[in-house]
Write a protein that binds this ligand. Structure first.
Ligand SMILES: NC(=O)c1ccc[n+]([C@@H]2O[C@H](COP(=O)([O-])OP(=O)(O)OC[C@H]3O[C@@H](n4cnc5c(N)ncnc54)[C@H](O)[C@@H]3O)[C@@H](O)[C@H]2O)c1
Length: 390
């Protein structure tokens, strides 16, 4: 395990599965031991949970105080997967103690916190990353490559949404995601942040927004007390029109309570020469439209993801064409693989000593757009995105 990256993770909830699985997977997908993560310490303020998950995923130690990872000499990388209101304090302490930091999205509760974090991240000289998982997904990385190569020509329009339906259930209790003070925003911050990041990744910086928000379920049962109800103070749905700095137009929508949408991370990017379309509900496919096709052949064609696409060579596709990168495409990849790809990207950045996107500046830009969208919705007007100089 020479040169392995020694990790301390904070938060043993939902994300511990994906993060632990990815770090363990990565070790088996490469012969270079510098790519390997060593799972040293898992922290949760629920000690029983920390112990249970540590045993399940092979973390060496379980703790209940997060400073045992931000301040410990045997940790290189602090991996933060707690509710959003804790990200600021933990990140600042980790940088102050010379750690690389991987923080879950959204980076912070608002752009002011995010700016402080991004400034300190840059000043620290350490590697800083925000886990916008979908950027590394082969179909999406391929889409970005096609756009960068100019194959769509000038981009005219982006339409993106992240829709789910699980929070349409009234019996789900009032947990931290329904509380603005703990989450920053509702569906917009929780899942809309991914679409905002993809809009920036695929098309460019957002200049201004005009938005509305909706709350479908205003009260939810208090945890541990099924009778009493508490107030929800975040959005169940947000829809925003956007103007990009490069002149393209677009829309970003997010909701976690739209019946029928199971997990639809969706976008279409339309340029003067063609278009690209993607949905996570068919995540192994990228749809490509070429405006130069003859009229009788005009239409989207579906490309199945395989080892020829960025990142996918790591996975389940045997190399039949050797150096040509050809091989079986149809075995498919899934959600856990997306996290493994993100973690490979982070491991490579740490190994190279160079912070690459998505980093804390990307996290900051996303928070700036979220703030502009919320201001626009509450004041019912177009709002310029205020960008921090950094
Ligand atoms: N990249 C993605 O696609 C993705 C997906 C889901 C969640 N997330 C992000 O990951 C983060 C965590 O989300 P989750 O779904 O795992 O939440 P969760 O509620 O399932 O787990 C959070 C855990 O943090 C623990 N915790 C809270 N405060 C703590 C503290 N002060 N010290 C130590 N532990 C503390 C809680 O006890 C809980 O076990 C959030 O920022 C969320 O937005 C990202």
């Amino acid at each position: 395990m020479n040169n392995s990256i020694r990790v301390g993770m904070v938060g043993a909830g939902y994300m511990v599965k994906l993060h632990s699985l990815s770090m363990k997977n990565l070790a088996a997908f490469t012969d270079d031991n510098r790519d390997r993560f060593e799972l040293v310490r898992l922290v949760d303020n629920n000690m029983e949970l920390a112990q249970h998950e540590a045993m399940r995923w092979g973390w060496k130690h379980a703790e209940s105080d997060w400073r045992t990872v931000t301040r410990s000499p045997d940790i290189d990388l602090v991996d933060i997967a707690t509710p959003n209101d804790m990200h600021l304090e933990m990140c600042l302490d980790a940088f102050a103690h010379g750690k690389h930091v991987l923080c879950e999205k959204p980076l912070a509760l608002n752009r002011h916190q995010a700016a402080e974090m991004a400034r300190l991240a840059q000043a620290s000289g350490k590697i800083h990353m925000v886990n916008f998982t979908y950027r590394a997904w082969p179909a999406i990385a391929q889409a970005q490559k096609i756009i960068q190569e100019g194959k769509l020509g000038r981009i005219r329009h982006f339409e993106g949404h992240f829709f789910q339906d699980h929070n349409n259930d009234h019996t789900i209790p009032l947990h931290w995601r329904f509380n603005k003070a703990r989450a920053g925003a509702g569906a917009l911050g929780d899942i809309g942040s991914h679409i905002i990041d993809l809009a920036r990744f695929l098309v460019g910086e957002v200049a201004s927004v005009s938005a509305l928000t909706q709350r479908f379920i205003a009260q939810r049962p208090l945890p541990h007390d099924k009778i009493q109800q508490g107030e929800v103070d975040v959005d169940d749905l947000t829809a925003a029109l956007i103007r990009f700095e490069n002149g393209a137009s677009g829309s970003i929508k997010a909701s976690w309570a739209l019946p029928g949408f199971k997990n639809d991370v969706y976008f279409v990017v339309v340029g003067e020469k063609g278009a690209l379309r993607f949905s996570w509900e068919r995540s192994n496919e990228l749809q490509i439209f070429d405006a130069e096709d003859a009229p009788q052949l005009s239409g989207y064609r579906t490309v199945l993801i395989g080892r020829a696409h960025p990142g996918a060579e790591l996975f389940w596709f045997p190399a039949l064409g050797g150096e040509l990168g050809l091989g079986v495409t149809a075995q498919g990849m899934g959600y856990g693989d997306a996290f493994t790809l993100s973690f490979r990207h982070f491991a490579n950045a740490i190994k190279a000593g160079v912070s690459t996107a998505p980093n804390f500046i990307d996290g900051l830009r996303c928070c700036e757009i979220i703030d502009a969208i919320l201001t626009s919705a509450s004041e019912n007007r177009w709002v310029e995105v205020e960008k921090t100089c950094i």
